[in-house]
Design a protein around this ligand. Structure first.
Ligand code: DAH
Length: 369
């Protein structure tokens, strides 16, 4: 191995003389200044400050210098590297700040712009109201029963004491299902679920049966050929009209707030005695009757609103369904759900209930719940 090269003259070693080191610094600073993006600055850094840059290569040469030359050259190169590193850092910060400023402008979001929300559906007010009605009875320990919409004529009429040529069969404008003599109808009311409940359930029975029913009715603001009813049936020992009254009053108050019911004698083949149930108007409580200064939209200033039918279950119906009438008696009632929604929520046109416009559902759903 040979000793250090004592005749080495740093001034003669081109990369290390002051002029070339200054030139390296000048070139590096110019390249940094010319870079306008992080990517460009990276290229400039690789060219002028990284391991293979002229200044880094010059730095490596220092070790080969004779000891007496190292100090001066080392200081020169060291200063130059410091200047380059400082300049790089400063430019890096400038570029970052400029890029951030640009992003803040370009990607600015106007939070005051109206948003396009994805339209979501709503529970249909009829469904919501039926759920609410069910809840009132479930809270009293009743059960919910369901039956088919395509119903046996026998259950829709015969079991309920409609005689074969009873005018009610036509009165109710029944939709018969082909073949005509097949004995299948679109159920005209939810009352056949009473018969089904008695035929299939253990006594005592406390059930409500909400559902869709069909009649060949007009299609107008107050009639739909397809509508909804809720039926109630209680069969137990010692059932009286008083129990019916109390149940209806409770149901009415749960639906409408402060109100009471009244019964008007009527006829249904499946109950005896039978009655129409009226609600005392839960808005004016009768104050609008004969008072033109205070008309009431809800009851049309009549003070009472017709709500449904009810009665003590006809023993013939109990017998047709195998219930011992010596031991058991029952009461029943049936209300229109669509009608209930109409006066409960001031829905004036029944056709809105089946048009499927979500705005109708959204408007009513909060109040029907
Ligand atoms: N089913 C009757 C109708 O559709 C309503 C009705 C009346 C149901 C009296 C009953 C009742 O349970 O007892 O008009």
């Amino acid at each position: 191995m040979s000793g250090p090269n004592t005749s080495y003259d740093p001034v003669q070693v081109t990369p290390l003389n002051a002029a070339s080191v200054d030139a390296m610094v000048a070139e590096a600073l110019a390249a940094f200044a010319a870079a306008t993006s992080t990517a460009e600055l990276k290229q400039a850094r690789l060219a002028h400050a990284a391991d293979r840059s002229p200044i880094a290569l010059a730095n490596r040469e220092i070790g080969a210098l004779p000891p007496q030359a190292r100090k001066e050259v080392g200081a020169r190169v060291g200063r130059a590297r410091g200047t380059i590193t400082e300049a790089l850092k400063a430019r890096e910060e400038e570029i970052k700040a400029a890029e951030l400023a640009r992003i803040l402008v370009e990607e600015r979001v106007d939070v005051t712009l109206p948003v396009q929300t994805q339209p979501v559906g709503a529970v249909h007010p009829i469904t919501a109201l039926m759920n609410l009605m069910e809840d009132v009875f479930i809270a009293m320990g009743w059960e919910v029963a369901e039956g088919p919409e395509l119903e046996a004529e026998w259950l829709n009429f015969d079991a309920l004491n409609f005689i074969p040529d009873h005018p009610a069969r036509t009165m109710q404008d029944t939709l018969f299902v082909e073949p005509d003599d097949g004995g299948i109808v679109l159920r005209t009311h939810t009352s056949p679920v009473q018969a089904r409940a008695m035929l299939t359930r253990e006594l005592p029975i406390y059930v409500v049966c909400p559902g869709r029913v069909y009649r060949s009715d007009e299609y107008d603001a107050t009639h739909l050929p397809v509508f909804h009813q809720i039926e109630g049936l209680a069969v137990d020992k010692g059932i009286t009209l008083g129990h019916l009254r109390g149940t209806l009053d409770h149901f009415a108050r749960a639906m409408f707030g402060e109100t009471r019911t009244r019964m008007r004698p009527n006829y249904f083949p499946f109950t005896e005695p039978s009655a129409e149930v009226d609600l005392e108007c839960f808005v004016c409580h009768g104050a609008s009757v004969g008072n033109p200064d205070y008309p009431c939209r809800t009851c049309k200033s009549e003070g009472w609103i017709e709500w449904g039918g009810c009665g003590v279950v006809n023993p013939r119906v109990l017998q047709a369904c195998g219930v011992d009438t010596e031991i058991y008696s029952g009461f029943a009632f049936g209300m229109g759900v669509d009608r209930t929604l109409m006066f409960r929520n001031n829905a004036e046109d029944m056709r809105d209930m089946i048009e499927g416009d979500v705005r109708f559902s959204r408007a009513l759903v909060g109040t029907a719940r």
